[in-house]
Ligand binder design. Sequence first.
Ligand SMILES: [Zn+2]
Length: 153
Amino acid sequence: MKCPYCNNDNDRVLDSRLTREGLAVRRRRECLSCQRRFTTYEYVERAPLMIIKSDGRREAYDREKLIRGIALACNKRPVSQETIEKLVCEIEEELADEYKLEVESKELGERVLRKLIDIDQVAYVRFASVYRRFKSIEEFALELNKLKREKGV
Ligand SMILES: [Zn+2]
């Protein structure tokens, strides 16, 4: 596995364990070149999840795209890449547990938000503003107030 820091592909596995639902194997690795540590997840390949977009079109679920979207919302926030991957992994597990083959992009976004709110509230609001496409600053303020009420911040 290529090291995300130095691109060397020599590493050793420090730890290997099943995720909570047993649908993925999480491996903690150490790069033999730069000694930095990183995490990989191994999944069983299954029927591709389809995303139903707001205009009704379908597209194949793209985990990298989802991770990029969340990472963007977490820009300069104290949220690790590993936390983001874990969040995405949990959502995939939820959907698999519910035997979902299709999910509306809106629902996928809401699932991300439900988890993100407990991780980082700034990232939550950023992600919400993209996903829900706030039309006005008032709408955005409304969301912030709702968040404050719910979380007492
Ligand atoms: Zn390295």
